[in-house]
Design a protein around this ligand. Sequence first.
Ligand code: PLP
Length: 383
Amino acid sequence: MNIPFNKPYLTGKETEYMVQAVQNGQLSGNGEFTKKCQTFFQERYGFRKCLLTTSGTDALEMCAMLCGLQPGDEVIVPSYTFVSTALAFLREGAKVVFADSMQRNPNLDAETIESLVTPRTRVIVPVHYAGVACDMDAIMAVAKKHNLLVVEDAAQAINSYYTSNVRHQTLSLGGIGHLAAFSFHETKNVTAGGEGGLLVVNDGQFLRRAEILWEKGTNRAEFFRGAVNKYGWVDMGSSFLPAEINAAFLWAQLENLDTIQQKRIALWKCYYEHLSQMQNVSFSLPDLPDYATNNAHLFYITFPTLDERTAFIQFLKEHNISCVFHYLSLHASPFYRDKHDGRVLPECDRYADTLVRLPMYYELTFDDIDRICDTIRMFYANR
Ligand SMILES: *Cc1c(COP(=O)(O)O)cnc(C)c1O
């Protein structure tokens, strides 16, 4: 039997809620299910204002628009991330300044950020890779000192937390920066039926404009609240709202979030226990800082070399187990390498060359993990 890398999970209620959304008679966005989902995030995580979007990419684009960037303004983004993190800001005319990863995990290195700040820097974009928090105390301190905005790319970070020593509090990821973006793509812990996202507005100065950008540049939301007696074109914007059937799908998943998370975390721990007991292996296990929780978004290991990783992926593939590498360094991409300032980002390149993600999805079984780990033992026995 083939073990895929990812498999979207259905809780069983999705179609029922989608039918209900159709029967409600309002198929477009911002209906009952959209409001349910938005309220869920606001109440459970203490986010100030949430707006569902058609993708995580869209939520990031809204964040970039809200930052009000001028051509030549600089935005600090990790190079080890998905294209959208950088692209959202590049589209607004900003110059993307890529930061390296930490040695201990792929998140951006808070200690080197300050050396990248110039008089043109406006925004820092921490990405919580694998749902593991960046060092937000350090990042927020640099932002405060230089009067910068912080946009959290929390695409992978649902239900994950950061313990702040400065604020003596445990904070929800996505609730720390001025703005944040989540993704409900089918590869994430919960999905809105394939594609979906969420904009989080934590800083009150962006509340009104966020709603306008979301409503295609109109003040329609204020009109429906009765705050104005007609609505019209007042600003920039786009079609960022998902249809109600997507929100209905997402709602079925959110209702089961605790069950989904418990299972994923149990699978993650099972991997960790098996792999940490193996002798004479060359890979390294993920390292969780004390300030971070684990939402089991993905399970990754790293190898000493690219060749060893390539051999590993090939060996598991021959045994019908699908493992995949992850990001390629954005600073070295065909689209950006000529625009990059030439700094070498060795940790980012190392993760690009040596990181592997093992199968991780709700319906993965503990027997599957046994088989995967047996195959990993065979890989070393054969070398
Ligand atoms: C998934 C992801 C995105 C993009 O989200 P989409 O919903 O696919 O547009 C952006 N950033 C990171 C870090 C992601 O993992």
